[in-house]
Design a protein around this ligand. Structure first.
Ligand code: ADP
Ligand code: ADP
Ligand code: ZN
Length: 217
C-alpha cells in the first residue's frame, strides 16, 4: 500500500509512521529525518538547507523533490511506501504525481492526523529525539524509562533546534499557508481518511489500523 501521512507539525506523524511502517512492512520515508541526517553529516546539501530548518521555513521545492525522487527509487517499495512530511506544497504534490506515474504507481491513502494548535505547541516543545536511532519521546506524554536516554538503543536524547517556542509558531503558520491547502487536493480524489490525533498514541494507532484494514480489503 502507498500511504501518505499528513498533519500539522507535532501532530504525531513520525510516531505513528514508525508503527505503520512496521505493521505494513513498508519503508518510512521522512524528508525531515533525511534533512536532519544531511545536516548532521555537514554534507553539501546539509549546509544548503540548515538555515531553512532552523527558522522553520520550507526547503525549496526543487531541492526537496530531488531528495524524494532518489529515495523512492532506492527504497524497497515492492510492498509500498509511507511518506511522512512530503509533500508539503501543491508543486511538491504535483511533482510526486509525476514521479509515481513514472514508477507506474499512485497513492492509495492519505491519513490526516487532526490536532488542536494549542496541543501542538506543548507536543513540540516537549519532544525529545534520540541522537543515534531517531526514536521520538516526549518529556511528559511519552517519557523514556531513564531520563535523557533512549529505551531502544541507549543513545542520548536531544531537543530539536526548531522545537523552540518562536520557531514552532513559524512552522504552524507555514503549515496553514502552504501545506493545509494540500488536503483539498487529495480530498478531491477521495483518498483522505481523517484521524483524531488527540487520543493516546495507542488509540491513534488503532484508528489508523482500522483505516488501513478497510482500504486493504
Ligand atoms: P510530527 O512528526 O507530526 O511532528 P511526532 O510524532 O514527532 O510529530 O510527535 C510530536 C511529539 O508529540 C513527540 O514528542 C511525541 O512523543 C508526542 N506525541 C505523539 N503522539 C502523541 C499522542 N497521541 N499523545 C501525546 N503525545 C504524542
Ligand atoms: P514536523 O515533524 O514538525 O512536521 P519535519 O521533521 O517533517 O517536521 O520537518 C522539519 C523541517 O524540515 C521543516 O520545518 C522544513 O524546514 C523541512 N522540511 C521537511 N519536509 C519538507 C518538505 N517536504 N518541503 C520543504 N521543507 C521540508
Ligand atoms: Zn535510540
Amino acid at each position: 500500500m502507498n500511504i501518505l501521512i499528513m498533519g500539522p507539525p507535532g501532530a504525531g506523524k513520525g510516531t505513528q509512521a514508525s508503527r505503520i511502517a512496521s505493521f505494513c512492512g513498508i519503508p518510512h520515508i521522512s524528508t525531515g529525518d533525511m534533512f536532519r541526517a544531511e545536516i548532521k553529516q555537514a554534507s553539501e546539501l546539509g549546509k544548503k538547507i540548515k538555515s531553512y530548518l532552523d527558522t522553520g521555513k520550507l526547503v525549496p521545492d526543487e531541492v526537496t523533490v530531488e531528495v524524494i525522487r532518489k529515495s523512492l527509487q532506492q527504497a524497497d517499495t515492492q510492498k509500498g511506501f509511507l511518506l511522512d512530511g512530503f509533500p508539503r506544497t501543491i508543486p511538491q504534490a504535483e511533482a510526486l504525481d509525476g514521479i509515481l506515474k513514472e514508477m507506474g504507481r499512485s497513492l492509495d491513502l492519505v491519513i490526516n492526523i487532526k490536532v488542536d494548535p494549542q496541543v501542538l505547541l506543548e507536543r513540540m516543545t516537549g519532544r525529545r529525539v534520540c541522537q543515534k536511532c531517531g526514536a521520538t519521546y516526549h518529556v511528559v506524554n511519552q517519557p523514556p524509562r531513564i531520563e535523557g536516554v533512549c529505551d531502544l538503543c541507549g543513545g542520548e536524547l536531544y531537543q530539536r533546534s526548531d522545537d523552540t517556542v518562536e520557531t514552532v509558531s513559524n512552522r504552524l503558520d507555514v503549515y496553514q499557508k502552504q501545506t493545509a491547502p494540500l488536503l483539498e487536493y487529495y480530498q478531491q480524489r477521495g483518498i483522505v481518511a481523517e484521524v483524531n490525533g488527540e487520543q493516546s498514541i495507542d488509540d491513534v494507532f488503532k484508528e489508523i489500523e482500522q483505516v488501513i484494514r478497510r482500504i486493504a480489503r
